[in-house]
Design a protein around this ligand. Sequence first.
Ligand SMILES: Cc1cc2nc3c(=O)[nH]c(=O)nc-3n(C[C@H](O)[C@H](O)[C@H](O)COP(=O)(O)OP(=O)(O)OC[C@H]3O[C@@H](n4cnc5c(N)ncnc54)[C@H](O)[C@@H]3O)c2cc1C
Length: 395
Amino acid sequence: MTQEYYRHLYVVIEQIDGKILPVSFEMLGEARRLFDDFNARYSSNEKVVAIILGHNIKEMSKELIAYGADVVVSVDHPEVKDIRNIIYTKIISQISTDKEIASKIEPSYASEFKKPRYMFFAADSIGRHLSSTVLVELDSGLASDINKLVIRDLEVTHQIKTAGKPVNFKKTLEMYRPDFSGFLWTTILCLDNRNNPVIERDYSPQACSIIAGAFKPISPDPKRIGVIVDYVPKIDEKDLRVKILSRKVIESEVDFESRRAVVGFGRGIKDAPEKNIKLVEEFAKHLDAEIGISLPISKNVYPASPSISSTYMIPARVIGTSGRKISPMLYVAFGISGASQHVTGMEDSEFVVAVNPDENSPIKDQCDIFIKGRMEDIIPLLLEELKQQQQVVQA
Ligand SMILES: Cc1cc2nc3c(=O)[nH]c(=O)nc-3n(C[C@H](O)[C@H](O)[C@H](O)COP(=O)(O)OP(=O)(O)OC[C@H]3O[C@@H](n4cnc5c(N)ncnc54)[C@H](O)[C@@H]3O)c2cc1C
């Protein structure tokens, strides 16, 4: 049997104020599915290892096991109550290379163990930052914003990595990322350098950040058995120089939760941004709907008056993987093409209407009613109809 220095799949969990974030359960769900298959295919006994940091978090380890973790490495310490990147990076890196922890995870692999085989982080503002700094410490590569994963053996020929010769890379994690407005996939691989003595080296863990909503959690099973490892971190005084003196959670001024309808608009406003947004505004008012946008709109690339841009072209209104996930009774999408990152944010809406002149636009497959046409032509017609209906209801 060849030596294997890299074992297990480590999932970095995020919790805020004692609540585990949904994306963490989603990552565990995908880790469980991948590793049930992995262990069966490769006749191995590698583990899904959840890493959680916080204070007074004892109960969470059981929850993580119910959601698919085989092992939870828990760091319960007042200094890690809230995220501070320097400390979190050091502790997660310590855990990832610690032989004693490895022996508690799976004793039969512990003597050769060097680092995790794979590692998952959330692709949110915390996870994106943390994944980059942890992977620098662990001296390996990172793929960001992933929403599909496959593990398989691959034959790869690469001019530099394999010196032009075909090499079989076993147990490779194929990390898929939606690119080109979400309509094409990029497959990212983190491969060792082989066959080329000048640059020969390993790259492990194969790591990625995962976008929220991409995977489903498994149904929690409170009877699942797992191992809990309490880790006492080595914290250096000099790493405590950044102090959190107070913490304020800013509530979003955009209310997607309590409104029954949401109206979204995207780059389809381009021919007359100000006029089109005013039409959307009037339409939303009649429906008592909140207004959402696609991501490009938040970049303020369309000329509009300061009051319109500061009210509507803002990140808080973005629907999708980089913004909010909504689930209203009615979602009306004006001038939105239906890129996968946007769809992830609105697919739980009960009823969807899309207005778009392009009937090949992917939003057509995501809606219950597709109205082919330009928003500047269609919204006035919809408004007229709405006003008439409201008069009937009031009479
Ligand atoms: C890591 C990453 C994360 C991302 N996260 C998000 C996210 O959270 N949310 C998000 O939305 N996007 C996100 N994106 C961007 C996403 O890939 C798309 O680029 C974006 O959703 C496209 O926005 P759009 O539909 O407004 O524009 P386009 O794709 O340009 O579509 C505009 C649509 O308007 C139609 N149109 C044209 N003229 C009119 C008219 N007069 N009336 C009506 N319709 C018209 C066109 O036919 C077209 O279908 C992300 C991308 C990446 C790489």
